[in-house]
Design a protein around this ligand. Structure first.
Ligand SMILES: Nc1ncnc2c1ncn2[C@@H]1O[C@H](COP(=O)(O)OP(=O)(O)OP(=O)(O)O)[C@@H](O)[C@H]1O
Ligand SMILES: [Mg+2]
Length: 825
């Protein structure tokens, strides 16, 4: 039979429109009978990823390549991702070269591979560049698509515990979780258990959560602190281990359960960790704050790659558990959604989600799989063998990408896993077995619970250069490169010091309690000035505890509420304002400094450091003066305090206080995606029927041609290529792409030999077919037009932001206490 390699149908322009519509271009339908890939793209509906995906296959089967393509598609569609990379391959996502020039490839090619091929590194780079160019072209992709990918998202490599890439501070992981999570008993317990297990693992204590004293005590400490909304850090934890705030464990006194001497040992172990030179690198860098990390400051989605290849097993487990915990906390703070909001991808999940053992990473991963769906967060896992995974996890997975397996036994186990997990969902073991046995490299069987039947597809060429695991130096280089050129953002964004809510008309907050302006320079009596008893007084500690002069200030504590029911704004600010006292007893609240001190620790009834003297307060300070201060402060706050928030009127969203623009734009993008997904669904139903009908007509016309042909030339069993196989058809519903259709599409008959007397009949049938096809093409063009309009309408990049200013009402200003504060100078 003659075959023609038709290439893939979708034009680049079509792809550009589609990637904005949540259809991920992952490859092309594979037809084993024909032995080549049919001209029908394999498109994956991004919404289906909210029920997660698993990618299984032997080493070299193309799992990572497939998942990199999937992440590329997600990035193009504005979906951010947390990527956990135990092997070091995922950093390849940063190797994207729109010009596909040999020079671009040269620093990243494997010199060893060059040597093996007897080429210089430069020659080898040129051959790799050529390979990539051709590979992409075969899959109808080009440098422009790579350029779009680079522009669509911000790609970063984080290296916890190392400064090769961007460092990450795990300190935030010990901070009290957000209220939504703390209020959920199960989640809080889970988070406590995971944190404690991973921390103990790092110290080298393999603790049973139920039996081990260490685990029980640390869990109590975390639980106690987090329920009270208190942050912990290692230093505080060590302190608490020695002097715990709890006295009972169950019915037992703490000292019987875990005597002080033994606790000291645990404290020492934790202290050694804290003091070890390597540990400092865990505390440097951007805080592990998933909400912030998922978006660049300009709102573009981020693909945050956490490279952990350089870590020891215990360190990996420690970090992955903390990261998953943080991710879970973030997921829980999102609104429910059926559209894909973000992806969590883990390459080589082996050991992190095992069937029987309970490593600290397992609980949060299972919870992500169980709960992510409701929030639109999809998890994608890759592994060489499904027996590596807990069956409860498998049961929660909606899409299986099954690759080639090493041995017959592995294949049988894979089948067991798949059929066991998907219950009686109508999968035919024999058929799947047959398909699996025939899989080649980069060919996968996709079983998606949202689709009618499994399909076999060949993965498309990855846009990223798949150079393999990156070395430490390469990561360093990439990080330097991207920090300099991409997005104009510094490598470590302002996120290290989260922006405070934009509040206007107040001077910048004072770090600590030191006053910026000095009070009137009266003489400095050595003795404390005598004031009427109705004037409350307090002392603010000097930074270093040395002898000092104290100057009088007015210190007011207040709470201001900002309420805007229409926008759902409910925010209060607690303030401590420190105003220098100018004569006569009239603090200047408009120029007051905001003091960031803790009334419990930083304020004292008596001078905390030996006074060297006191600045004399202005005369006439009495109870009435204090009441006047109160009134004046209330007036000043009412007049000056404002809460300014970003808004996006089109999607009726208002930023939350403290939410950065990047994160807010991320939420907007998601709201738009939800609207778009709805519209796409409508478009589908609107066109599906019409295209179906027309496709039926085309098929009948094809049959007719075939019959006439058969009569004419007595040739049987040859099929015409089905025209309705464009990318539009694929988006509409893949049920049209039955194996028969695809086979038809792949096998093209050419070169008829017909007898002249029947020519007329054949021609007539062919003309009819041409007409029906034109009709179908018109219909598709019409739909394509609508698709393009839709894509433009929901483009988050073009949306302009506004601001809204929320003023407090009179009753929303609550001045709580005023005191005369002696501030160390
Ligand atoms: N989509 C793709 N485009 C181009 N090349 C690919 C693609 N997928 C795989 N390859 C090639 O095949 C090689 C092996 O594929 P890949 O690394 O994805 O296998 P894997 O299944 O992840 O194996 P392992 O289990 O060892 O990690 C890659 O290094 C690359 O050269
Ligand atoms: Mg791999």
């Amino acid at each position: 039979m003659m075959r023609r390699n038709i290439g893939l149908n979708p034009s680049l322009a079509e792809l550009a429109a589609y990637e904005k519509l949540g259809a991920f271009y992952l490859g092309g339908m594979h037809v084993d009978e024909v032995g080549e890939t049919a001209p029908v793209p394999y498109l994956y509906d991004s919404k289906d990823l909210v029920t997660h995906a698993l990618c299984v296959g032997m080493t070299g089967s193309g799992k990572t390549g497939l998942c990199i393509s999937l992440l590329e598609e997600a990035a193009l569609d504005g979906v951010p991702a947390i990527v956990i990379d135990p092997k070091g391959d995922l950093g390849n996502l940063l190797l994207t070269f729109p010009d596909l020039a040999p020079d671009d490839f040269e620093p990243w090619v494997d010199p060893e591979a060059a040597r093996r091929e007897g080429l210089s590194v430069a020659e080898y780079a040129a051959s790799q560049a050529e390979l990539w160019k051709k590979g992409l072209a075969r899959w109808n992709q080009d440098g422009e698509r790579i350029r779009r990918l680079r522009a669509a998202a911000d790609f970063r490599i984080y290296t916890p515990g190392s400064s090769a890439g961007l460092p990450v501070s795990v300190l935030a992981s010990f901070a009290a979780p957000p209220p939504a999570l703390a209020a959920d008993d199960d989640l809080l317990r889970e988070r406590v258990a995971t944190t404690v297990s991973s921390l103990l693992g790092l110290v080298g204590i393999d603790a049973d959560p139920v039996k081990s004293r260490e685990h029980i005590l640390l869990s109590l400490l975390f639980d106690d602190a987090w329920r009270a909304g208190r942050d912990l850090d290692l230093a505080a934890l060590i302190q608490s281990v020695q002097q715990p705030p709890v006295t009972q464990v169950g019915v037992m006194p703490l000292d019987t359960f875990y005597p002080a001497d033994d606790r000291f040992e645990l404290a020492m172990a934790l202290n050694n960790l804290l003091a070890s030179p390597g540990f400092a690198s865990w505390l440097d860098g951007e805080p592990l704050d998933v909400g912030r990390m998922l978006h660049a400051e300009d709102g573009r989605p981020r693909v945050a790659i956490f490279s952990i290849a350089h870590l020891s097993d215990a360190e990996r487990m420690f970090f992955v558990s903390l990261l998953l915990n943080q991710t879970l906390g973030w997921v829980r703070s999102q609104s429910g959604s059926g559209s894909l909001r973000a992806l969590v991808y883990m390459d080589e999940v082996f050991g992190f989600l095992p069937p029987v053992a309970e490593p600290p990473s397992k609980r949060p991963l299972l919870t992500l799989l169980k709960q992510g769906r409701a929030f639109g967060v999809g998890t994608v896992l890759a592994t060489q063998n499904p027996v590596d995974l807990d069956y409860k996890a498998l049961a929660n997975i909606g899409t299986w990408f099954l690759g080639r397996m090493q041995t017959e036994r592995d294949k049988e186990r894979l089948l067991d896993g798949l059929l066991g997990a998907s219950g009686s969902s109508g999968l035919d073991r024999g058929e799947i077995d047959r398909l699996l046995s025939a899989l080649g490299k980069r060919v996968f069987l996709a079983h998606n619970v949202h689709e009618e039947a499994p399909v076999v597809f060949h993965t498309r060429w990855a846009m990223s250069y798949l150079a393999g695991p990156l070395s430490r130096d390469q990561i360093k280089k990439l990080t330097r490169l991207t920090a300099g050129t991409e997005a104009g953002e510094p490598a470590q964004p302002a996120a290290a010091a989260p922006p405070s809510p934009p509040v206007t008309a107040t001077p910048p907050p004072l770090p600590g309690a030191a006053p910026a302006a000095k009070a009137a320079t009266n003489a400095t009596p050595a003795a404390r000035p005598v004031l009427p008893p109705e004037v409350p007084q307090t002392f603010v500690a000097p930074a270093d505890g040395s002898a000092t002069t104290y100057a009088p200030h007015a210190l007011g504590f207040a709470r201001v509420h900002f309420v805007d029911d229409k926008r759902g704004v409910q925010h209060s600010e607690d303030l401590a304002l420190l105003a220098p006292l100018a004569a006569p007893a009239d603090p200047d609240w408009h120029n007051a400094q905001e003091a960031a001190f803790d009334p419990e620790h930083d304020l004292h009834d008596t001078p905390p450091a030996p006074p060297a003297g006191f600045v004399e307060p202005p005369p006439g300070l009495d109870g009435k003066a204090i009441r006047d201060w109160e009134k004046a402060l209330s007036d000043a706050l009412y007049r000056d305090r404002r809460l300014e928030l970003l808004t996006a009127e089109e999607v009726e969203l208002t930023a939350r206080p403290g939410e950065g623009e990047g994160e807010f734009r991320g939420r907007i993008a998601h709201a738009l995606r939800e609207l778009r997904d709805e519209e796409v669904e409508k478009l589908r139903t609107r066109y599906a029927k019409r295209i179906d009908t027309q496709q039926g007509r085309v098929e009948r016309a094809e049959d007719k041609v075939e019959r006439e042909e058969a009569q004419a030339s007595a040739r049987k069993g040859q099929a015409w290529v089905s025209a309705g196989s464009s990318i539009l058809g694929a988006l509409l519903g893949r049920k049209k792409l039955s194996a028969t259709n695809v086979r038809r599409a792949g096998s093209v008959l050419s070169g008829f030999q017909r007898s002249s007397k029947e020519e007329a009949d054949v021609e007539q049938a062919e003309e009819a077919l041409v007409r029906e096809r034109e009709e179908l093409e018109e219909l598709e063009a019409e739909m394509q037009q609508e698709v393009a309009e839709l894509a433009a309408e929901y483009d988050a990049q073009t949306l302009e932001l506004g601001t809204v200013t929320v003023k407090p009402r009179r009753a929303d200003v609550d001045v709580r206490r005023l005191v005369l504060a002696w501030v160390a100078e």
